[in-house]
Design a protein around this ligand. Structure first.
Ligand code: MLT
Length: 204
């Protein structure tokens, strides 16, 4: 399949699949508990990023903190979107109901998938994202719902970056909900609860 990954099937029919995308230095195991807190019944697909930075797995190369290798990012975005398509055939989940949950570097590649390969996601929850790239053409995201969660004291992701990304999604006609957690780069409890409530609301 090309990616080391976890797949946890759901006992329920016609349910959603969560695509879990970890941060720098994470693995396919890191976000399982977070995914379960956000949806108990969804199937879970959780790959490990293939790019190593001093041994730390990531989903694409960067030149420095917050400075991305855009060519590599485009290649890795396609590779990951292709993986989701292949996984949906192998594990028989519905490609029309895949919700990405990404943290930090994982949120950035999820944002890139939304901008370049939106057909593989129906919604996304992005914790601490930045603008990964500016696409050549603005995609039509009018059928996508996106929850963006920033840390108001995050030293890695400036507030304006998160706002710029939310604006880019709005310009693409997505339904965007922005939440601010009173925290740094680390995840807080309230934003997880808010993400769960948001997902159950948009899934009705
Ligand atoms: C990134 O490289 O994607 C961002 O700087 C977030 C991070 O991984 O620290």
């Amino acid at each position: 399949m090309g990616f080391i990954h976890n797949f946890l099937d759901s006992n329920e029919r016609n349910t959603m699949t969560l695509l879990l995308l970890h941060g720098t230095g994470g693995t396919e195991d890191d976000l399982i508990q977070l995914g379960r807190e956000i949806s108990r019944s969804a199937a879970i697909l959780s790959p490990r990023g293939k790019v190593l930075e001093n041994g730390a797995p990531r989903f694409f190369r960067r030149l420095a903190e917050g400075v991305f290798d855009v060519e590599d990012l485009k290649f890795r975005t396609d590779e990951l979107a292709d993986f989701v398509e292949k996984a949906s055939k192998l594990y028989s989940f519905d490609l029309r109901n895949v919700v990405a949950i990404g943290y930090s570097n994982g949120a950035n590649i999820a944002a890139s998938i939304l901008l370049l390969r939106p057909e593989v996601l129906s919604a996304a929850i992005l914790f601490r994202p930045m603008v990964p790239l500016i696409p050549d053409t603005i995609p039509d995201l009018s059928k996508k719902s996106i929850f963006v969660s920033g840390g108001s004291r995050d030293p890695i992701v400036p507030k304006g970056e998160t706002e710029r990304l939310a604006d880019l999604f709005k310009e693409s006609s997505a339904k965007v909900f922005v939440y601010w957690e009173d925290s740094g780069h680390e995840l807080g409890m309230r934003e997880i609860t808010e993400a769960r409530k948001w997902l159950s609301y948009i899934s009705k």
